[in-house]
Design a binder for this molecule. Structure first.
Ligand code: APR
Length: 257
């Protein structure tokens, strides 16, 4: 059982408005590769620029679609971990809690989080690259093997290629998601940032907005990050151990199921 410092438990116990910000680290213990880990194996000959930009999709749509469908298949086979479940427990205990995630997987939803703010979109929300109409998810049967090119489906409305519903480098974040995240950060009294390196903006700005406007920040990460500068408490450990311990220490072992 991970021991959390009493001041962290006290901060959560007396919090009224909580924001939780998560990054790839919370899904690491579910076996979902972080963005950078997903560029290993048969994909290691590519870098992010070759797979996660509008230009990459234009140049080689089958390669890019194949990579994202492979990533989606790894998410489908993964299970939410105790970190995701602890976040859902915080939401259950404090209904005004807003969850902001940079992750494009659906592990938060599968752990019981009702309405995460997906700052970088979702693997489960493909859309038409032409008219932006939402597209159906391909059948599980068509899941690609690692490294396979897969031609993207065509839009039922305008016949343009379907693209992954994620934010690529060089693209703007969905404005509604960003507005919701900033508004929540500006009006919370506690922000818990979990498993993000705090390197990619504007997502990395969210904990800083909260701190600037008087909220207390708790960081959960085995490693140091630039967010150490705004965190009042740094819980150095894996989310699947630290978050359940934090929730138990704050509210007793009665974790809502
Ligand atoms: N528990 C908590 N944190 C962990 C764990 C764990 N078990 N394992 C690793 N981490 C931490 C790492 O120390 C690192 O700080 O998770 C962080 C993962 O950092 P990144 O891989 O950079 O993921 P993230 O911060 O979400 O990246 C932001 O950049 O990669 C692009 O668009 C992509 O949304 C992504 C964005």
């Amino acid at each position: 059982e991970h021991v959390v410092p009493p001041e962290a438990a006290a901060l959560l116990a007396r919090a009224r408005r909580v924001v939780v910000v998560t990054g790839a680290g919370i899904s690491a213990e579910s076996g979902v590769p972080t963005f950078r880990d997903a560029l290993t194996g048969l994909w290691q000959r590519f870098d992010a620029q070759a797979l996660a930009t509008p230009q990459a999709f234009e140049d080689d749509p089958d390669l890019v679609w194949g990579w994202y469908e492979w990533r989606r298949s790894t998410v489908r086979r993964a299970r939410p971990n105790a970190g995701h479940t602890a976040v859902a427990a915080i939401e259950a205990r404090l209904p005004g809690t807003v969850l902001v995630t940079q992750n494009v997987d659906d592990l938060h939803e599968r752990a019981g989080s009702r309405d995460p703010v997906h700052l970088h979109g979702s693997l489960l929300a493909p859309r038409c690259s032409g008219c932006s109409r939402p597209a159906p998810l391909p059948d599980v049967a068509d899941e690609p093997a690692e490294g396979r090119r897969v031609p993207p489906p065509r839009c039922a409305g305008c016949a343009a290629r379907v693209r992954p519903g994620v934010v690529w480098f060089g693209e703007a974040l969905p404005q509604a998601a960003l507005d919701r995240a900033v508004e929540a950060a500006a009006s919370c009294d506690l922000l818990v940032t979990v498993g993000t390196s705090g390197l990619v903006y504007p997502a990395a700005e969210i904990p800083r907005v909260a701190a600037r406007l008087g909220a207390t920040v708790i960081q959960v990460n085995p490693d140091e990050t630039p967010l150490d500068a705004v965190a009042e408490v740094n819980l150095r450990g894996p989310a699947a151990r630290v978050l359940p311990a934090l929730v138990a220490a704050a509210w007793g072992d009665t974790m809502p199921a």
